[in-house]
Design a protein around this ligand. Structure first.
Ligand code: SF4
Ligand code: SF4
Length: 165
């Protein structure tokens, strides 16, 4: 199959920048006269974020304070970034629980699959983004740290409310 190439001729006539300059100045003037707030003084001021924001994870706990995770292995299986580490354990009654549960928030792409797939609604992406660190190791959240998070969790997409309003 041959590939066609379209050659676009360079303009030969003189171009005036007066109109573009005036348009830019009009924009500047408009913003100078418009009292609308355009800058958020972060971190003193914070804008609200969407209830569907997918950020720092949270592990929810049962009423007796244990992680709701039953170490089923679904979330590390489905995770496209391969950033969930799970070592399952089992007690004398045959109840499974996570011996090790870690999420590398640095590798995570915040797709939310782990939350969607979790049968216990244990692991959630959260409405939180202030998780900067000085080292990559600092982004690895273990079970204790995941359970210590208190921010609201992400609301999943609802077909009955496609715009999330
Ligand atoms: S949000 Fe996606 S990438 Fe991040 S841990 Fe969950 S499944 Fe993995
Ligand atoms: S999907 Fe839920 S229950 Fe299963 S391992 Fe992940 S957090 Fe635990």
């Amino acid at each position: 199959m041959s590939i066609g190439v379209k050659v676009v001729a360079r303009p030969t006539d003189q171009t005036s920048y007066v109109r573009a300059t005036l348009t830019g100045m009009a924009h500047t003037l408009k913003h100078m006269l418009n009292p609308e707030k355009v800058t958020t003084q972060y971190p003193e001021q914070k804008e609200s974020i969407s209830k569907r924001w997918r950020g720092t994870h949270r592990m929810l706990a049962t009423e007796d304070g244990k992680a709701k995770c039953v170490a089923c292995g679904l979330c590390p299986t489905v995770c496209p970034a391969n950033c969930i580490k799970l070592v399952p354990g089992e007690d004398e009654q045959g109840n499974r629980y996570p011996l090790v549960f870690e999420i590398d928030e640095f590798r995570c792409i915040f797709c939310g699959y782990c939350q969607e797939v979790c049968p216990e609604e244990a692991i959630h992406v959260g409405r939180h983004y202030e998780n900067s660190e000085y080292s990559r190791e600092g982004f690895v959240y273990d079970l204790e740290r995941l359970m210590a998070q208190t921010h609201p969790v992400c609301e999943m997409w609802d077909p009955a409310d496609p715009k999330g309003e």
